[in-house]
Design a protein around this ligand. Structure first.
Ligand SMILES: [Zn+2]
Length: 316
């Protein structure tokens, strides 16, 4: 079972503990005080590598840590989850997301890279035991990053809904997430406290949805866009989603959740939203790139798509 807190008083749980704090440099922007001594581990990149994880496990062992605390975006939380996965003793994990996007604090899987290849580990024990959703953590996030992470959450909620593995429970999470994202987008982008809180909750719900279903074609197609053009994850996924949806010609129930009647209106709404947010496709894509992009679609995610997409469809 996971316990969720909405303020930092939950750090009291760390009293008499020796936590390993997994965080990136953004952590130094926050004024967080722990009731105990912490060992900090920040020696990992934004796409954490298996070697980073191994050195994290070493630091944990050397300092006899008995708790894991992850404070940061998806990379920090995934790194802490992977350290937990590869440590032979199962330690409790507390996750404090500082972006409202990946929902990694709500899932039982973690992504890392091994020899340059994306690899996912999944285990029930990877779902963090404690989560803190605290609006102040979003205050210092640059606007563009706020947009990208929000769009990741929105796409995750939509993809989860149309996923082959959707359940009544996952659909409920998606519905609530979409509602919260659309009704709080403005105040969140203005960095209003209430908007930030609601967006953290929305991303968490979208995370709960994909924890059940995983993602689908837009995510499958996005990974190479990220590595080829350096597009942030949420940006890459968001530009794929309307194209895929137009091709699938269905899911008017999701269109309704977006406040439109028909899937075609929803696609138009989504594309207009992207242009207003200035989230645009990469320019100057040459034929060679297009071939690489078409060839390197993530297959497990693609197979979870409700409508089969062949090479020609993907290229389109
Ligand atoms: Zn995502």
């Amino acid at each position: 079972m996971q316990q969720t807190f909405y303020n930092f008083s939950a750090f009291e749980l760390l009293k008499d503990r020796k936590p390993l704090l997994v965080c990136d440099e953004a952590f130094d922007l926050f004024d967080i005080e722990f009731p105990c001594e912490v060992t900090r581990f920040s020696d990992f990149t934004s796409n954490p590598d298996y070697e980073d994880i191994k050195s994290g496990v070493k630091v944990l062992k050397k300092n006899r840590c008995d708790f894991l605390v992850a404070i940061g975006g998806g990379s920090s939380i995934d790194t802490a989850k992977s350290i937990k996965y590869y440590n032979h003793i199962n330690l409790p994990l507390m996750a404090v997301p500082t972006t409202s996007g990946t929902g990694s604090e709500a899932t039982h899987f973690a992504v890392m890279y091994r020899n340059g290849k994306k690899q996912s580990v999944a285990d029930k024990k990877l779902l963090p035991e404690y989560v803190i959703l605290q609006a102040n953590t979003l205050k210092t996030l640059p606007l563009y990053q706020k947009k990208c992470t929000m769009l990741d959450a929105l796409c995750q909620a939509i993809e989860s809904w149309w996923s082959k593995r959707a359940t009544p429970e996952s659909i409920l999470y998606s519905q609530k997430a979409i509602y919260l994202i659309l009704s709080n987008m403005e105040s969140y982008l203005q960095n209003d406290n209430d908007g930030n809180t609601k967006m953290l909750i929305a991303a968490n719900l979208a995370g709960k949805a994909i924890n059940i279903t995983t993602t689908t074609a837009p995510h499958a197609m996005s990974y190479k866009l990220t590595s080829l053009y350096g597009l942030p994850h949420g940006h890459a996924v968001a530009i794929c989603l309307p194209k895929v949806w137009r091709y699938m010609k269905n899911f008017n129930d999701i269109a309704n959740a977006l406040g439109t009647e028909h899937y075609e209106d929803a696609v138009a709404f989504f594309e207009e939203m992207l242009s207003e947010l200035e989230i645009l496709p990469p320019q100057n894509v040459d034929a060679g790139d297009l071939e690489i992009l078409t060839q390197s679609v993530n297959l497990p995610r693609l197979n979870n798509n409700p409508v089969r997409l062949n090479k020609k469809a993907i290229k389109e």
